[in-house]
Design a protein around this ligand. Structure first.
Ligand code: 0L1
Ligand code: MG
Length: 262
């Protein structure tokens, strides 16, 4: 690690305040170009610790930048991982307040809910499918705290991978009842289809993203607990939204999930 504990705590407080106050900031590597991956995840961990200290519950995890479309959109080549707190969750069909956010975008995703703990190293798609209770359609609202989306991957990891809000809905299916590689999705904005894809856009199979997450956590001495909700990553590019927009995600055989931006 290159940053001292006081700097990590200060950067975590700064980024979390930006999140809570809906204001942007230059990317933190501008002032700390020496920052390494351990520093980036330590800042994210400190944000998680701050939320838990205020009685937030950690309900799961997210994988980000798991599709080629997202990697190309963001100019990066590796996935990243973050956590999900209960305060990020929106009701199905509910409202997302744009005034609380900076520049939100929506990603169509497949959510996994685990019935058994998963821990790397050596976690693979088969282990993920065996440990999955059910899968559901999900939309993630990402909201990078970095001004004009100008960031690098370490800054993004420190910023909890732009996590802001999420909604799950539709049909909760046993994972054996759907082929997550070929399942088709349509994302609609104000009734118009704006993005299309299939599950295989996420690392060939969305469960591969969950396996990567388990291996990432295992390398840090952590696991995915039973009962976790995991967002496996955007199947398409993220779609920018503004107040007044209605978004719906339709997933073949799994129903739909929606939300409105106010
Ligand atoms: O969920 C994600 O794919 C996170 C992406 C992080 C970068 C961004 O803000 O687009
Ligand atoms: Mg995402």
């Amino acid at each position: 690690m290159k940053l001292d504990p006081a700097t990590i705590a200060r950067l975590a407080e700064h980024l979390e305040n930006c999140e809570l106050q809906g204001r942007d900031t230059p990317k933190i590597t501008d002032d700390h170009p020496e920052m390494d991956w351990d520093d980036a995840y330590a800042i994210q961990d400190e944000i998680r610790r701050r939320k838990i200290a205020r009685n937030a519950r950690i309900v799961g995890f997210k994988a980000g930048l798991t599709s080629h479309a997202k990697m190309k959109q963001m100019g990066v080549s590796t996935p990243c991982f973050g956590f999900l707190a209960d305060c990020f969750a929106l009701a199905e069909g509910g409202e997302c307040k744009v005034s609380e956010l900076i520049h939100p975008k929506v990603e169509p995703e497949i959510a996994f809910v685990t019935k058994r703990a998963l821990q790397g190293p050596g976690c693979h798609i088969g282990a993920v499918l065996a440990a999955t209770d059910f899968v559901m359609p999900a939309m993630e609202v990402i909201d990078s705290r970095y001004r004009d989306f100008k960031f690098d991957l370490k800054s993004v990891v420190a910023d909890n991978t732009s996590a802001a809000r999420f909604v799950v809905g539709g049909r909760a299916l046993p994972v054996g009842d759907v082929d997550l590689r070929t399942v088709g999705i349509v994302l609609e904005k104000n009734g118009e289809p704006v993005a299309f894809g299939a599950g295989a856009a996420v690392l060939g199979h969305p469960a591969a993203a969950v396996a990567m997450l388990a291996n990432h956590l295992g390398a840090r001495g952590e696991a995915i607990p039973a009962g976790s909700l995991i967002l496996s990553g955007g199947i398409t590019e993220a779609v920018a939204v503004q107040a007044g927009d209605s978004l719906a995600l339709r997933v073949q055989g799994m129903g739909s999930v929606g939300m409105r931006f106010l």
